[in-house]
Write a protein that binds this ligand. Sequence first.
Ligand code: DGP
Length: 115
Amino acid sequence: MTTDTLFARIVRGEIPAQIVYQDDEVTAFRDIHPAAPVHVLIVPNRVIPTLNDASAEDEVLLGKLFLTAQRLARELGIDQSGYRVVMNTNADAGQSVAHIHLHLLGGRRLTWPPG
Ligand code: DGP
């Protein structure tokens, strides 16, 4: 499994990004093409290419991605107004980086269903 994804390079500090949170397991940074006033990507530091590749061993890590989104939503002031957490998988969903990432979106009224 490759460890050299674009997001792994951001995690390692080799590519600049506006990091809003980082610990030993997860990193959160601003999306370079924000689709909403708040648009943060939350990634595991360890590469899992797609959700299809996750296993029971990743259960706690996947939960941590969501709890990080919850905390950042609060810290960024969108927890009460509302926010969306999305993980795209493979081509039909538009996944463009093979390193799983949660999108945390908020700060405006989001439409549903997504396109
Ligand atoms: P997805 O389509 O779900 O794979 O989302 C990938 C997101 O990654 C997309 O919204 C744009 C963002 N992105 C791509 N390249 C970079 C980068 O170099 N830096 C940052 N901060 N975000 C990036």
